[in-house]
Design a binder for this molecule. Structure first.
Ligand SMILES: Cc1ncc(C[n+]2csc(CCO)c2C)c(N)n1
Length: 224
């Protein structure tokens, strides 16, 4: 198995814990408290703005046209496809633009995005891709699994649009290039450098777990 594809196995415990997190499972079953989802949605909106900046930093480190074009496509899809899900649910909840503009990023949200930005600032392109990779890969994996596991009541599930976005073929296709790109970038790296990339990847899977946890508990800071 290639280096990039084996990264998931390196983080398998927290990866599976993430899938089994009550936020994810209740979302799949359609039983998730809407207030928890609303909290997630608003925090995720702010998260995505910072996430897009990590791609901007990746672009500065890239040289070949294909890489630059792939990075810019993802950035565009964050604002078009990814945020479309947010717009659908925000409308459903009657959240106004004013309300969105006044939301503050939670302490953990700031921690997660600051970590990604710091990794991108200090590291090279391979490290930068490793820090954002779990965001796409876990969502794709969880989305597909939820769609299959809860297929019998998907039609009545309030979270159907969310599940279908991430379970979709188009979404999976949008980041397929990541695997080969990472494998190419690590070709001449030492074992020590590769271990560092694995650590960065694992950290982001852990941060993803904690994002579900934060949303499930509607945690703004060190106290609820
Ligand atoms: C906390 C959090 N983590 C991951 C995603 C998923 N995600 C973010 S941008 C993007 C598009 C391409 O990478 C995807 C799938 C999210 N929405 N929120």
């Amino acid at each position: 198995m290639s280096f990039s594809r084996s990264l998931k196995e390196k983080a398998i415990k927290v990866w599976e814990d993430g899938y089994n997190h009550p936020f994810v499972q209740e979302l799949g079953a359609g039983t998730l408290d809407k207030e928890k989802f609303k909290f997630y949605l608003l925090q995720d909106y702010l998260y995505l703005l910072e996430y897009a900046k990590v791609f901007a930093m990746a672009m500065v480190k890239a040289d070949d046209e294909k890489m630059l074009s792939n990075l810019s496509s993802i950035t565009k899809s964050i604002f078009v496809d990814e945020m479309e899900v947010h717009r659908i649910y925000m409308k459903e909840f009657g959240i106004t633009e004013d309300e969105v503009a006044n939301v503050k990023a939670s302490l953990f949200n700031r921690t997660y995005t600051a970590n990604m930005l710091a990794t991108a600032q200090k590291g090279d392109l391979a490290e930068t891709l490793a820090t954002v990779f779990p965001c796409a890969w876990t969502y794709c994996d969880y989305g597909k699994r939820l769609k299959e596991q809860y297929k019998n009541n998907l039609e009545d599930n309030f979270y159907k649009s969310w599940i279908e976005t991430y379970a979709g073929y188009e979404f999976e296709e949008s980041f397929e290039w990541f695997y080969d790109a990472i494998d190419e970038l690590v070709k001449n790296k030492t074992d020590k450098e590769k271990r560092k990339i694995e650590e960065i990847f694992i950290s982001s899977v852990e941060f993803e777990y904690m994002f579900w946890e934060m949303a499930y508990n509607k945690e703004m800071s060190y106290k609820k």
